[in-house]
Design a protein around this ligand. Structure first.
Ligand SMILES: N=CN[C@@H](CCC(=O)O)C(=O)O
Ligand SMILES: [Zn+2]
Length: 422
């Protein structure tokens, strides 16, 4: 059934050919965008929805979340607001609660947060394992994640579990992550990630994890330069990662390296996580410097109970404009198309492929076994014919109101894969 969405005062397409349009209309047919143009030239459709001059933009694509977890870290947050610094060890609190939770409890929590994302206009999201840290718990986390996420990332290298201190320590745990754990989880995920940071995994351990993931045909992601300067950005660029995330402590040379990855058509996305920077009282990632240098950025929530317990992409976009110096257009593009590019789901050759042969500039061919069931992937992040029909309506005349009226829930209607869900 085809639906004509008309009366669009301002349409943000992210499509280089169409840009931002006034007095526009969109036809949704099945799960795809079938037509985009001037409302006055719109074709007939089975159903008609008039948004009465409101702004329409693509659904948010949240490319960095940790939604398979149990428990709460309010006490840690209160201590942080009283001056205590964030430390990776807090992850262990959530690991304990997650291991103790049933599948139903983890699924219910994921559903609660996925529904919250949707109500806020997020029509596609990635989520990670990483609070199980045993083969069985990482495998069940990946399976539960796959029930709702558009992309799943294996983060067995999130923290060295306490019980490994006397079982050979970090290197022995990395043997498990890159061996039995990866073999079990790889068929259920699209990417592998590592927390390359003091208190988590060092450069050599991170390299081992990423190289094992690449050999399994997975896309690479890195939690890098979050708590201080470190090897994460350089490692991500060297190994052809799809994204390096956090990048709060990054120097001019690392900014240049990230921008340079895009000179050959593919590249490593720099994902900024504003809500996490604020919640951990860390410096905000230099999004303005990254964009000015020609890097491709994404904005994501990093929703997790430890450092960023929010599902609001609108809050992250407003913060990116008000505090990180981005224009509204840049922030909206980073929170939609940027996320899609980071996930290799924007449908364009220019995107970071799920797997990129390191250093060669060539695209690796994703190992079909590495992505779940080889599901057909409609392009995300743009409103143009052939894209998945993911769009949101703002109760506002323009996207500027996302920053002009920060904290106000402006998303008033959402279509996901052609179905109206809000
Ligand atoms: N830094 C690593 N992982 C999460 C934090 C996880 C936690 O503290 O529970 C992050 O991206 O911020
Ligand atoms: Zn994270």
């Amino acid at each position: 059934m085809a639906t004509l969405i008309t009366g669009i005062g301002e349409l943000t397409t992210n499509d280089d050919e169409r840009g931002r349009m006034r007095d526009a209309a969109v036809v949704v047919d099945g799960d795809v965008i079938a037509w985009v143009g001037e409302a006055s030239a719109a074709p007939a459709a089975d159903e008609r929805v008039d948004v009465d001059g409101r702004a329409v933009l693509p659904g948010w694509v949240d490319s960095h979340t940790h939604l398979v977890f149990a428990g709460d870290r309010t006490a840690e947050f209160e201590a942080r607001m009283a001056g205590e610094a964030y430390a990776a060890g807090g992850i262990g609190v959530t690991v304990g609660a997650t291991r103790a939770a049933t599948d139903d409890e983890l699924t219910a929590n994921l559903d609660r947060l996925a529904d919250e994302l949707l109500r806020g206009g997020t029509t596609a999201f990635e989520t990670k394992t990483g609070y199980g840290l045993t083969v069985a718990d990482e495998l069940r986390s990946a399976r539960i994640a796959a029930t709702r996420a558009d992309s799943v990332t294996f983060l067995g290298a999130h923290l060295v579990p306490q019980d490994w201190a006397e079982r050979g320590g970090p290197d022995a745990y990395v043997d498990l992550v890159t061996g039995e754990m990866l073999a079990a989880v790889a068929p259920h995920v699209e990417a592998i990630d590592v927390f390359c940071e003091r208190g988590a995994f060092d450069e050599a351990q991170s390299r081992r994890v990423l190289e094992a993931g690449r050999a399994a045909g997975l896309a690479l992601r890195v939690h890098g330069n979050q708590l201080g300067p470190g090897p994460g950005v350089r490692l991500a660029v060297e190994l052809g990662a799809a994204s390096v995330d956090h990048v709060a402590f990054i120097d001019d040379e690392e900014v240049r390296m990230l921008a340079e990855t895009w000179h050959g058509g593919t590249g490593t996305v720099a994902t900024v996580l504003p809500a996490c920077d604020l919640s951990t009282r860390m410096p905000l990632a230099p999004a303005r410097r990254l964009v000015d240098a020609g890097a491709v950025i994404a904005i994501a929530t990093n929703c997790n109970p430890g450092t960023s317990y929010t599902t609001s992409m609108a809050f992250c976009v407003a913060t990116a404009v008000l505090q990180m110096g981005l224009t509204v257009e840049e922030a909206v593009r980073a929170a939609t198309l940027g996320g899609a590019v980071a996930l290799g789901l924007d449908g364009d050759e220019s995107a970071a492929a799920p797997v990129r042969a390191a250093g060669s500039g060539e695209r690796g061919v994703p190992d079909p076994a590495a992505s779940r069931a080889g599901r057909a992937r409609l392009p995300l992040g743009r409103i143009r014919p052939g894209a998945r029909a993911d769009l949101q309506v703002l109760d506002a005349p323009s996207i500027t109101h996302l920053a002009y009226r920060p904290g106000v829930p402006l998303t008033s209607a959402v279509w996901r894969a052609g179905a109206r869900v809000v």
